[in-house]
Design a protein around this ligand. Sequence first.
Ligand code: FMN
Length: 370
Amino acid sequence: MTEIFEKTSINTMALPNRLVRSATWEGMCDPDGRPGSRLIEYYNTLAKGGIGLIISGYTFICPEGKQLPGQMGIHTDDFADTFNKMTDIVHNAGGKIAIQLVHAGGQANQKMSGHPPLAPSAVKVAQFPVIPTMLSQTDIKDIVKAFSQASLRAKSYGFDGIQIHCAHGYLINQFLSPLTNQRADEYGGSIENRSRFLFKVYEEIRSVVGESFPLFIKLNAADYVDGGLEIEDAVWVSKKLSQKGIDAIEVSSGTGASGALTPIRTKIISPDKEAYNLEHALAIKDEVSCPVMAVGGFRSSEIIEKAIKEKGIDFISLSRPLIREPDLPDRWKQGDNRPAACISCNKCFKPGLFKGGIYCVPKRAEANNH
Ligand SMILES: Cc1cc2nc3c(=O)[nH]c(=O)nc-3n(C[C@H](O)[C@H](O)[C@H](O)COP(=O)(O)O)c2cc1C
């Protein structure tokens, strides 16, 4: 497994291997978004388990963009001490941590955010719980500013990089999708127009964090909803971002309304079900000059090794396998090549919603039975 565990880098960030903890909402923050001590300890455990790069759970950049309980917020300067502690703990454990920035847009939850959801267009679609309010041009400018202010904070708190969340049906993805973006101004219509908001966010963040600071994106290669974003447009956007200097692209797919093709597919019970975004990630890789990460259903070290060595993907991201086994990278490195023990049941969500933080439910049940 030399390829998985070879040293590499993203821009100025040196990494010990090609494994990434994909952004995973943990539900371990206070109601105002301040990271809780349980979350900081969780990142410590992940860093000690050998993952090359941790990407934080999706973090709201302004209160209107919040979706779930226990979600992390970076909309204020008030949590500086807690964030500093978080990045110090990860660094002391030998790890690296990037923050994933999000505005949930029409997928925001008014009970969490205290505001009616905002989106590119006021449309009724399955992925929105209610019909959102259409963003004005002033709102758009304010949100772009909120992304850059959040980024400045993240850099000053010692994060090693920033990932812009442009996947899974959240606000930036809503702008890219012809289904959720039906605007008649310069932000809607052609793919050039639908990507204008993303490019503004990218350029604004880049201008405040500088050229050498690792800045990357998680992008849907396809939404898998009728009328949503499709691979051709995703490739176009990726090419442009690569030309603009993005440092990496993580390729995912699906929204909450995509049925079995959700971003978080279940029943990954055989090797042929694994690596479900790899082909799309390779299509994007063919057209860009930056590193590409593939996420979604990776469970076997052999499949990961093959994706890197034979297919040329740069990084593999994992979410659920690390909820069950935070030390999975070290286990594989030490030669125990058994696949991840995760059974892709998605039961980890519920304790995040109701018990103060995600955990692997089957693993805990097994432990209690012994
Ligand atoms: C509990 C949970 C929370 C998640 N939260 C996020 C998130 O905050 N941001 C994000 O981009 N993806 C999130 N995801 C999706 C994962 O990053 C990943 O794309 C997906 O689970 C597929 O990868 P896997 O098969 O390795 O789990 C979450 C997944 C789970 C299970």
